[in-house]
Ligand binder design. Structure first.
Ligand SMILES: Nc1nc2c(c(=O)[nH]1)N[C@H]1C(S)=C(S)[C@@H](COP(=O)(O)OP(=O)(O)OC[C@H]3O[C@@H](n4cnc5c(N)ncnc54)[C@H](O)[C@@H]3O)O[C@H]1N2
Ligand code: MOO
Length: 416
């Protein structure tokens, strides 16, 4: 397990911004050291542990980008049709020969360019009759040819360490001839819910009880990041049991996450339980929802207590905890960057905090989507995440938004 110092999450007090928190994680949290080699088929979602350089250039040889006719540009007549004898035929996979001056070769997409040929006519532009290709003037030298190394030269960097591998990165690794990649080991994260009011979904519910939604929310968000999740259930408000459960989880996980019980930090037994084996720093974030977040260490393992409201869990996870996971996992990660939309409503907010308003997007008359706010605003309303498309991110310095204003939105599809 990565051993963090007790004061890893200490800060000067006052409300934190998301960017300050992310910078602090990057500066103070060391990634897990262990790595493993995995096949490309197993690499999806894993984090590259070292830079990948291309041993093989991509493409590995000059080849044709189209089905057509390969020629030497110098053989073409600049201002009228050229007529060249078609002397050979090259399909993808055929070995290339040499193009004799004054001739053309029938060539197909992906076939190697014969030595001497530098330009390819698309077959749609060519009339071919009796073994002669009639080639119109005006095609630029090098047209429709993919030069060797156009995408990556041999020896050049293909993928930097810290990349979370998606199918497109795995395809690139395959393209340069790799079959295994060295990745960081999977993070192990333990999750608990806290609160006497919680019961398992499907269980018999007392009159003042609610079904636990947050563990499934967190397990899914973590699982999508390729993390090995240990679901350790609901913790009741029993200090001794809580402390023991946290210590046990800390021993074989990289991060322990809880939800609930962080708003004031006093009625809550999580705080003393964490402090008994490490240290707890409660951070106030200048965001809504998601104001309180507890960060600390239990026996050298990172601990993070998220607020209890499900939408606050979602926002703090996707914007803050996600950065901590990146730091622990050795991943280069950037906070979701908002894109432009227009507000479809008027809204007043408090200065000095960032608000995440759940919105639905519709096509706007000028091509910019128009964002409509979900009808119920509270951080407890899970439907505000299931029935919307995006989080509208209203920055600290914004005090009001008027219908038609340009605003930033982060699509929920890009978050989880
Ligand atoms: N006087 C104040 N009250 C509250 C403040 C405040 O600043 N001053 N902050 C509000 C905000 S914002 C939030 S968020 C919540 C955060 O409270 P806690 O993190 O201490 O969470 P709880 O009180 O335990 O729960 C809040 C809410 O969420 C429900 N909950 C909790 N866990 C789950 C779960 N696993 N599944 C489903 N629902 C859960 C819980 O029943 C409560 O309704 O505090 C506000 N109050
Ligand atoms: O900020 Mo609370 O975290 O709104 O739901």
């Amino acid at each position: 397990m990565p051993q963090l110092s007790d004061d890893c999450f200490a800060h000067g007090g006052g409300a934190m911004t998301i960017d300050e928190a992310l910078a602090l994680f990057r500066a103070r949290v060391a990634p897990v050291a262990e790595t493993e080699a995995v096949s490309l088929a197993e690499a999806d979602g894993r984090v590259l542990a070292a830079d990948i350089h291309a041993h093989t250039a991509l493409p590995p040889f000059d080849n044709s980008a189209v089905d057509g006719y390969a020629v030497r540009h110098a053989d073409l007549t600049p201002d009228r049709d050229s007529r060249l004898a078609v002397v050979d035929r090259l399909q993808a996979g055929d070995a290339a020969g040499t193009l004799a001056p004054g001739t053309a070769v029938r060539i197909f997409t992906g076939a190697p360019m014969p030595a001497g040929a530098d330009t390819v006519y698309m077959q749609e532009d060519v009339e071919a009759r009796d073994g002669i290709a009639i080639l119109p003037p005006g095609l630029a030298r090098g047209a429709n040819r993919r030069p060797a190394g156009e995408e990556i030269a041999a020896g050049a960097m293909a993928l930097p360490a810290g990349t979370r591998l998606r199918p497109q990165e795995i395809a690139l690794a395959a393209g340069i001839g790799l079959d295994r990649l060295t990745v960081r080991r999977r993070l192990r994260v333990a999750i608990f819910s806290t609160g006497n009011e919680l019961v398992e979904p499907g269980a018999v519910r007392g009159p003042a009880q609610v079904f636990d939604t947050n563990r499934l929310l967190l397990a899914g968000l973590l699982g999508r990041l390729g993390i090995a999740v240990s679901d350790l259930g609901i913790l009741r408000d029993e200090p001794a049991g809580l402390a023991a459960a946290l210590r046990a989880a800390a021993a074989d996980h990289d991060l322990v996450l809880t939800t609930g019980g962080v708003s004031t930090g006093e009625a809550d037994h999580v705080k003393p339980a964490v402090e008994a084996s490490g240290r707890l720093d409660v951070w106030r974030f200048a965001i809504k929802p998601g104001r309180p977040l507890a960060l600390g260490t239990v026996a050298g393992t990172a601990f993070c207590g998220l607020p209890g409201n499900p939408v606050a869990v979602y926002v703090t996870f996707t914007h803050i905890v996600r950065g901590l996971i990146a730091a622990l996992g050795g991943e280069t990660w950037r906070r979701p960057r908002p894109m432009a939309a227009r507000a479809g409503f008027n809204h007043k907010k408090r200065l000095g905090r960032t608000e995440f308003v759940r919105v639905t997007l519709a096509d706007g008359p000028d091509g910019i989507p128009v964002a409509t706010r979900f009808a119920i605003e509270g951080a407890a309303v899970i439907r505000s995440l299931t029935e919307t498309d995006a989080l509208m991110v209203l920055p600290d310095a914004t005090e009001r938004v008027s219908r038609g204003d340009l605003v930033g939105i982060v699509p929920i599809a890009g978050l989880a």
